[in-house]
Design a protein around this ligand. Sequence first.
Ligand code: ZN
Length: 239
Amino acid sequence: MPHAVVSDIHGNLQALERVLADIDRRHVDAIACLGDFVGYGADPNPVMDLLVPRIEVAVVGNHDLAACGRVPLDYFNPDAAASAIWTQRELTPGHRAYLEALPMTASWRGLWLVHASPVTPEAWHYVLSTGEAADEMRAYAEDVCVIGHSHVAGNFERDGRSVRYFRDPEVPRRSGHKLLINAPSVGQPRDGDPRAGYLLIEDDQITHVRLDYDIAEAARRIEAAGLPRALGARLQWGE
Ligand code: ZN
């Protein structure tokens, strides 16, 4: 049976509902979450009510810790900081306690899971180049590591000593080839494709699944909540 990895939901209930419906349709047997459950979107509590009971394991994201007041907001841009402060007020004590207890990394069904960087998970680095990916690949023993954080879906693959980057949605799992896969974001894609995304994990292949969802409703809810309007507008561009 396949399993699934979701990442960077960011309080977007409309996107999460669409992703979970597709996961159910495919009879996925287990789900992992790479963090950033909340922040930016208008529905942090409904997202956690829906997702937390469904997942087998999760790691924490920087926006989850920001929503718990556990990371400084000075490196956040003004819209991100405003949404973090709004989310701090909204989040129920139970959801906050859940997020604060999440680990930085996890080994799950043959995959290494971390929100940002395998080498220094707590530094929230972005893995953007093949040189950086080569260093990151030394930090885990598993054949495949899955990360989120950049919201730019893509794949680094090491064959022998060379690392290449490719954006193909279908990634074969070949023995001897180490993979570092950046999962698509469920709730705030930034790779020019505004569709909600997740990873379908099968024995021989990993697939970036992308799905249309009700972006206008997610943006309307952001505006109605009094959050910065730009956070809704960016959803339709996928940036
Ligand atoms: Zn994120």
